[in-house]
Design a protein around this ligand. Structure first.
Ligand SMILES: [Zn+2]
Ligand SMILES: [Zn+2]
Length: 422
């Protein structure tokens, strides 16, 4: 995935004077980020990170809950004045990627992923997210008399997906009652982006990131000699029909004026030898959507297309759809309300509308419950062409740490400027 935010990177923009972290706190945020970067932990294994966060929030005098959805930590800050409940979210997990950068605090951690030994790296920048939210927590706790309402600091495990056989992430936190007692009026999240200039903010009203769902199709035929196909049922030809007919869903059946969609096959497996027609072919792929109704329509039509296409050839198709993250939908009203604050903090010329992104995020679950605003924060150094920088998840992923101050100040100012918080 690539985000294109065209703009000459100017860091010199003078933002309007407003709450901002001190140079000392900025140094602490940088130090936390480096420490977390050097000690990355895979999804649902964020034990050290969670302990670091919990200790910090407790030291700030917050009510702290731990072990939500395995390793999740939530801090509650009660402000000095009545007001709304604002949630701020950071994800904590790293990826099974062997770090190839040459930063002095690079990770040499080895972990276990799907039974294999793997390098572990914060290749999606969640180390920055945690550090920024720790910084915002410190600033807001120190200024809590000026804070109206309640701030909920959500440190979430397993955004990248729980290991096979486990549950995790935003969905599990919500199921365990994250919003049961204290339902936020709004939730904010930031994701760093390797291919946008440092300090640039990408925002979008409505859908921002796609839903991501997996499908599996088992095409059942009947084995026979390749020289006499009439003696069996050919699942390979059936699979070919399925692949072609499924491609007509997006091109012929979806109202593309509402939202784009993608259906891609990633696995086609079947057969062992040139002259044997096999019993079965296995297909697997991914579905991406920006509209929750179209998503349901594709689930239905994909199942129909596969079953009917197989049927025509005498084979059968069994379709399973494994739902992943829903569409990440920003509240248009919330984004409209908070855009002036965002521009004040980051600098007017640094804030751009983001294109749709076909990657997925489990921030989506929160944003289906309460109004949400999720933005991208560029981390490419200003002297580099952002498009040439490694994308998120690359072993070369690199973040210019000047972005940390921008992200931390954004969290702080969204809290102060949320309507009703003044
Ligand atoms: Zn990621
Ligand atoms: Zn991420």
């Amino acid at each position: 995935m690539a985000i294109v935010l065209c703009l000459p990177a100017t860091l010199q923009a003078e933002p309007v004077a407003r709450p901002a972290i001190s140079p000392e706190l900025e140094q602490k945020v940088i130090a936390w980020r480096r420490d977390i970067h050097q000690h990355p932990e895979l999804s649902n294994r964020e034990f050290r990170t969670a302990a670091l966060v919990a200790e910090h929030l407790l030291a700030l005098g917050m009510e702290v809950q731990t072990e939500i959805a395995h390793t999740g930590v939530v801090g509650i800050l009660r402000g000095g004045k009545p007001g709304p409940v604002i949630a701020l979210r950071a994800d904590m997990d790293a990826l099974p990627v062997t770090e190839q950068t040459d930063v002095p605090f690079r990770s040499t951690v080895i972990g276990e992923y799907r039974g294999n030994e793997v390098g572990v790296m914060h290749a999606c920048g969640h180390d920055l997210h945690v550090a920024m939210l720790m910084g915002a927590a410190e600033y807001l706790a120190e200024h809590k008399q000026q804070v109206a309402g309640t701030v909920m600091f959500i440190f979430q495990p397993a955004e990248e997906g729980a290991p096979p056989g486990e549950e995790g992430g935003a969905e599990l936190m919500l199921r365990e009652g994250l919003f049961a007692e204290l339902k936020p009026d709004a939730i904010f999240g930031i994701h760093v982006w390797g291919q946008a200039p440092v300090g640039v903010i990408g925002y979008r009203k409505g859908p921002l990131m796609a839903s991501s769902d997996r499908f599996e199709i088992r095409v059942q035929g009947q084995q026979t000699h390749g020289s006499s196909p009439w003696a069996g049922v050919d699942p390979i030809v059936a699979a070919a029909q399925i692949i072609n007919n499924v491609q007509t869903i997006v091109s012929r059946q979806i109202n593309i004026t509402r939202a784009p969609a993608v259906v891609s096959f990633g696995i086609v497996e079947g057969g062992v030898r040139n002259n044997i027609i096999p019993d079965e072919v296995y297909l697997e792929g991914t579905i991406r959507n920006f509209d929750m109704d179209i998503r349901q329509q594709i689930f239905r039509q994909l199942t129909q297309a596969a079953e009917a296409s197989a049927h025509v050839t005498g084979a059968t198709a069994e379709v399973s759809i494994i739902e992943g993250y829903p569409v990440t939908i920003n509240s248009p009203e919330l984004v409209a309300k908070m855009l002036p604050t965002t521009k004040d903090v980051a600098g007017e010329q640094m804030v751009h509308e983001s294109p749709l992104v076909t990657g997925a995020e489990d921030f989506s679950y929160y944003a289906l419950e309460v109004p949400g605003m999720f933005v991208f924060l560029g981390v490419a150094p200003p002297d580099k062409d952002p498009a040439s920088m490694p994308a998120n998840h690359s072993p070369f992923f690199y973040a210019d740490e000047r972005a940390l101050k921008v992200g931390t100040n954004l969290f702080i100012n969204w809290v102060f400027d949320y309507p009703g918080a003044g």
